[in-house]
Structure formats: C-alpha cells, structure tokens
Design a protein around this ligand. Structure first.
Ligand code: IVH
Length: 682
C-alpha cells in the first residue's frame, strides 16, 4: 500500500465507521454485525499506527479513549448556561402561560420536551468538527471534558450536511437504566458503594481522568438546544429538526403545542409513559418556540423567562432508620435490610430498603435513628443511598453486622475477597432448605408446578418434608385437607389455605410425572452450588451416571472444558457430605433418573435432510453443543446462509446482516427453545 493509498483508506474507514456508529447509536438500526464493525476499527487502528502523520484527532478510534487528563481545564461559556425554573403543579404552569401572555400578545407556540435527568453538556463545533465539550459548572464557567465526551458514540465527531460554520449545541448526557444496573451490580460485587442513581453515575463517569475508563461506560446523549450567530431558523423546533440532519441525536418526543392545553396533555401522557423509557426523565421542559418571542421575554440572572420545567413527583425521600434486620437467602447469603419509618415514594409506601452488604453499610456509616435518603429507581426494590449526618443524634451507635445466622444460629462466614456474609448450614438452615426445595421443583429443574405458590412452605412447616427426597414419600392422606393460616403481608391480608382433594391429587400427580425428568436436569435440581443448567449438562454428558460423578477426582472434574476449580471444589464438597448421599439414594429408589439415557433410535433422524445455521450466543447451550445435537438427530450444520438453508437458529448478538439475509430469502429464524422443541427434547 502506498502512502497515498493508506491516507485514502484511512479517510474512507473513518467515514464508514462513523456511519455505522450513527446507525447503531443514533438510529438504533445497525446494518453490520459487531464482528464486521470490529474488523473496520482494527484496520483503522493498524493504519494509524503505521502512518501516525495521517491520524485524524477526530478519528473514531479516539472513542476508545486512552488520553489521561491531569485536571480538567476551566473554560468560560460563550453563552451562559442558565437553569430552568421548576414548577410542580398545573396552576404554576398556568401562571407561566399568563406571565408570558402579559408580554406577548401574538400567538404563542410552545415546544414540549422530556427533561432528561443527566448532566448538561455544551458541544462546540467549528467547520463541522467537535472541538470542545464543556460541563455546566456554575453556568458561567465549566470544565472542558472533550476527551471524555469523544468516547460517547452517539455524539458525532464530524457533521454531515449543511451546518453553520460555528455553533454550540447543548444537551444532556445520561446513562441508560440497563447499563446503570449492570455497573452497580459489579460495584456491589466488588464491595464498592453503588451509584445512587443514573445521574450520579453519568456525572461521575464524565469526571474520570482516564478516558479509556470512560469509554467503558455506555453513556448516551440527547441534544435539545442550538446556539450561534448563523443558525438556520428563527425558532427552536425547526432548528432541532435541522440539527438532526447533521447527525445529532434529537429526542423523538419533542412536540409543538399550539396552546397550553396541548402542553397539559403532553405532561399527562408522559407521567406514565416515561416509566417505560430506558432512561430517567424527571419532568417536562416547556419552551416558547419563537426566538423573537424568547428575546422579548429575556431572562433573569438565573433562568430564562421563556422556558420552565414541570417536575414529576420526586422519587427520593428522607426518613428515619428504625432498625436493621437480616434476611437469609436460598443460598445462605445474608442481606441486611433497613426497617424505615414509612415514607411515600413514587406512589407507594416504603417501609424497607436493602442495605446490600457489610461493606456498603460501613461505607454509609449508617446508625440506628439516622435520617436516610431512600430512592426508588424504576421497578427495583428501594434502596438507601445516603445518610443525613447533620440530623444524627449524639447517641447514635454504629451498627455491628450480625455474627450468627438469624434463622439457625450458625456462625456466619465471609470468604476472602467477597462482600457477602453467608450461613454455612446449607442442610439445616430453614430458608436454605426451603430454598433448595423451591429450586428442586422449579420449571427448569423437576418442573413440579403443582407444588408452587407457597405450598412447600406449608408442607415444611407442618413437618411433612425435611429435604427434597421427602417429596417422593408423601401420601394422599398426609396432604389431603391440611390447612394453614398465612399471616398478613404488605401485599395480602391474612388468609387461610387448605389443600383440598383436587390439590392433593395434583401435587401427587406432578411429583409422579417428575420421575421422567432426564438425569441432567435432576443433577441441576440437586442445587449444588455453582452447578447451573449448563454445568449440569456437561457433567451428565461426561460422567453418564451419578455414581461416576460421585467417584470423580478433582483432576477429572477440572479436565472437563469450562469446569473450573470453584465448581470442582463445590461438587466434591457436596458429595462428601453423607447427608447428600442419603438423599440421592432415596431419590434413586423413588425412580428418578440417575443416568444419562441412551439415545432414542426413533428420534435419531428427526432432523434428517434439514440444514441449520447457528448464529449468536445462547442461554442454554454452546454453539458446539447445538451443532452436536443437529448432527445427532441427522441434520446438517452449515456456515453460510443461502436459499437452501432451512433454518437460522438465532441467539443473542446474532449479526443483523444474517437476520436481514434470512428475511430476504424467507428462511425461518428460530430461537434455541424452538429448536429444542423440534428435537423433542424440552
Ligand atoms: S433547556 C433555558 N431542555 O435541565 C433552557 N434543559 O434545570 C435551558 N435539561 O441544566 C435548558 N432536559 O441539564 C433543556 N429538554 C431539555 C432538558 C434540559 C434536561 C436539564 C439541563 C438543565 C437543567 C435545568
């Protein structure tokens, strides 16, 4: 490749990649697979290494970050970043409209927008290139966070179309809910304090000095205001539509309203609709559309008179911590739970909130009697996000995490490097026993749904079952007619449950049918720590019988692909416990499958003549396992799609180009579950 060719290709690649970024991050309509995208990026990275003199500072490779800032520079905003006056009621919005009509006598159009709850940002473009990104700061001066902002893929580094030579566009950077939850889960696991809400996570991310770390936070950005001397239109709405053409992500939900009643409708609709969005919206912004009118109205020192925010009810509340109780989970994990003075929070009364684990309690430095900040994010259980130390009583004592299991009294254990305490009494601690039973009967395990809905709790409390093997010795006379009064809970009143004749028959029928469940699921149902469905399947395939598995030494276990030391230790611990061996003996004599079934000959050709493409990743099988199943049942696994392909088995991350092609050729795209049904295996 000559130098000229390289320069050419680099330009071409940069444009191509940005086009795919736009398709994926702005339009949410990718046209190439992740793999194809990675190939393009890697090619560009290599060329930039070989020809650094041609590397563009706004190349899409900059989006992976790398530059480490020592300190963010303070820059002065060309146009002050004012804030919005807040309103909370219908009347206050009416007052706003009246105030405006005192100044403006002609017709007024309002633009309604969602109020994104993130971090405000000003982006400055010169000749179509992002040259600076500045946070709000105090409204007069903000921080230059350009390197970090360049990692946000929905923000164009270069513009397309007919844009003004120089302008600023403002918007909000935010973290979508699903990514926020993933990040927090990881933080909790690492013993770090989780972010209180997506807004804090977004602003924390923007302030990280190492931009490569910022690139790992999937931030997003929606823009809502255009500023400059030669911007195309004299009204807000048309300018936003224009900016969309240059490549910016503009909200799909902006609405031009001809009068205040249309504004009220918008407010009303979004109060419920916003809850379905994958990001936080804490209100609505109402703006006068015409720039001439905006100018006439002017602004105060703090905010513009031509716009207001209507804020929805707060989702945070402050209340008193009365006590802390500790819950024991199915696997013995101890979760501290705060008991609170009841407080109203986004429509429900909150009395309890999770405190996660000892590390987090310590970081919060929480004390009984403290006033705490409770937050309810979406559908998740409320959580404590902070303590108001200024309201702390002098006598408030620090909380000590319990040392014994509240259910069975065993001394709690905490493994090195883990933030959770747990109760080691797996076979004797009631919630763990009941938890194991619930797992045993669950759909993907023994699938005894006639025992669902709290029936296990009743049978256990009546002393009829002590471990999972007892299900198989239950008799009709034992369970027919048993009754129990269930105490009132927050959701339900006190109620009496009784097992009528029909219920008893159904329970026994379900138990009987479970005897047909294949060995791999029985193994999963046993509830061995770290043995999920996939591992159980691998063990069943490898060892064929439970006796072989019981006898297996450590090396034999770890030699199996994807079986690591943690799993091997857990499997051995399980079978070293004599009590488990007794349970297995009882299950075997009840008739449960303890061996892998020989392949059924009649099914061997069930997929004969059919060709399959496997694409993506799957919940229950690896691609190799699916391939093996196809072949075992007489089908063919092919690698490229054509008109003679019969089915595409699509999992997560299936390349969009494959799906497109299948659609074009009219080839059915089926899920892993449907495929398994075709084989007759469920
Ligand atoms: S316009 C004068 N539009 O709310 C108008 N702001 O409390 C200035 N915000 O700092 C802002 N969504 O961070 C505007 N659609 C939207 C918005 C929005 C969120 C934020 C912005 C601003 C804050 C004001």
């Amino acid at each position: 490749m000559t130098r000229d060719e390289a320069r050419h290709r680099m330009k071409e690649l940069a444009e191509l990649i940005e086009k795919h970024n736009y398709n994926y991050y702005v339009l949410s309509r990718p046209v190439i697979s992740d793999h194809e995208y990675d190939l393009l990026i890697n090619e560009l990275i290599e060329l930039e290494k070989a020809y650094p003199e041609y590397a563009d500072p706004n190349s899409p490779t900059q989006r992976v970050g790398g530059q480490v800032t020592k300190e963010f520079m303070t820059v002065t905003h060309k146009y002050p970043m004012l804030s919005l006056a807040n309103t909370y009621s219908h009347d206050e919005v009416l007052d706003f409209d009246k105030r405006i009509r005192k100044v403006i006598t002609s017709d007024i159009d309002y633009v309604c927008e969602l109020k994104y709850d993130g971090v405000a940002i000003g982006l400055i473009y010169v000749n179509g290139i992002l040259i600076r990104a500045v946070t709000r700061g105090d409204g007069i001066q903000g921080d230059d966070v350009t390197t970090n902002v360049k990692t946000i893929k929905s923000i164009p580094l270069k513009l397309k179309g007919n844009f003004p030579r120089e302008f600023e566009i403002r918007g909000e950077i935010f973290l979508p809910h699903d990514d926020f939850q993933k990040i927090n889960k990881k933080r909790i696991k690492n013993g770090e304090l989780p972010f209180a809400n997506p807004r804090n996570a977004a602003s924390g991310s923007l302030k990280i000095l190492d931009s490569a770390k910022v690139a790992k936070r999937p931030l997003d950005c929606t823009l809502y205001s255009l500023l400059g001397e030669d911007i195309p239109h004299r009204n807000h709405y048309d300018n936003l539509l224009e900016a969309k053409k240059w490549g910016f992500k503009i909200s799909e939900y902006i609405q031009l309203c001809r009068n205040i009643n249309e504004v009220f409708n918008y407010i009303k609709n979004w109060d419920t609709a916003r809850k379905k969005l994958n990001y936080d919206v804490d209100g609505i912004v109402i703006k006068v559309n015409s720039y001439v009118q905006q100018h006439q109205l002017g602004s105060t020192a703090k905010s513009s008179r031509w716009a207001i925010a209507y804020k929805y009810k707060a989702e945070e509340a402050s209340t008193k911590l009365l006590s802390i109780s500790y819950q024991v989970g199915r696997t013995g994990t101890i979760t501290p739970v705060a008991n609170l003075e009841p407080v109203q929070l986004s429509g429900t009364k909150v009395k309890r909130a999770s405190l996660h684990n000892a590390d987090i309690m310590k970081k919060l430095d929480i004390r009984i009697g403290d006033y705490v900040l409770v937050e309810k994010g979406g559908e998740i259980i409320p959580k404590i996000i902070g303590v108001d130390e200024s309201r702390r009583s002098r006598f408030a004592e620090p909380v000590r995490f319990i040392s014994n299991c509240p259910e069975c009294g065993s001394i709690l254990i905490r493994k090195e490097g883990e933030s959770n305490h747990y109760c080691p009494n797996e076979l004797g601690c009631p919630p763990q026993i009941k938890g194991r039973m619930e797992h045993f009967i669950s759909r993907r395990a023994m699938n005894i749904d006639s025992l669902g809905e709290g029936k296990i709790e009743i049978l256990y409390d009546k002393g009829l079952i002590h471990d999972i093997s007892d299900f198989y010795s239950l008799t009709f006379d034992q369970i027919n007619g048993i009754e129990k009064v269930l105490p009132a809970t927050e959701e339900k009143k006190e109620r009496k449950v009784s097992f009528k004749e029909k219920t008893a028959q159904n329970i026994l029928k379900g138990i009987e049918q479970s005897k047909d469940v294949p060995f791999e699921r029985v193994l999963y149902a046993l509830g061995i720590r770290h043995v999920g469905e996939n591992v159980a399947r691998k063990l069943a395939t490898h060892f064929m019988t439970i006796d072989n598995l019981i006898k297996a030494c450590f090396e034999e276990l770890t030699n199996i692909e994807e079986i690591g030391e943690k799993i091997a230790v857990s499997v051995q611990q399980f079978f070293n416990d004599e009590r488990n061996i007794i349970i297995i003996r009882k299950l075997r004599s009840a008739g449960l499958h303890m061996e892998t079934e020989k392949k059924d000959k009649s099914k061997a050709n069930i997929l004969k003549g059919k060709s399959f493409i496997i694409s993506g990743t799957f919940k229950n099988h690896t691609r190799d396992e699916l391939k093996e199943i196809i072949i075992n049942y007489g089908g063919r696994n092919v690698s490229s799609i054509s008109s003679i392909t019969d089915y595409v088995i699509a999992g997560d991350k299936t390349g969009p180009s494959k799906l497109e092609k299948a659609k074009k050729l009219g080839i059915p795209v089926i899920s892993e579950e449907i495929f398994m049904e075709m084989t007759g295996k469920n």
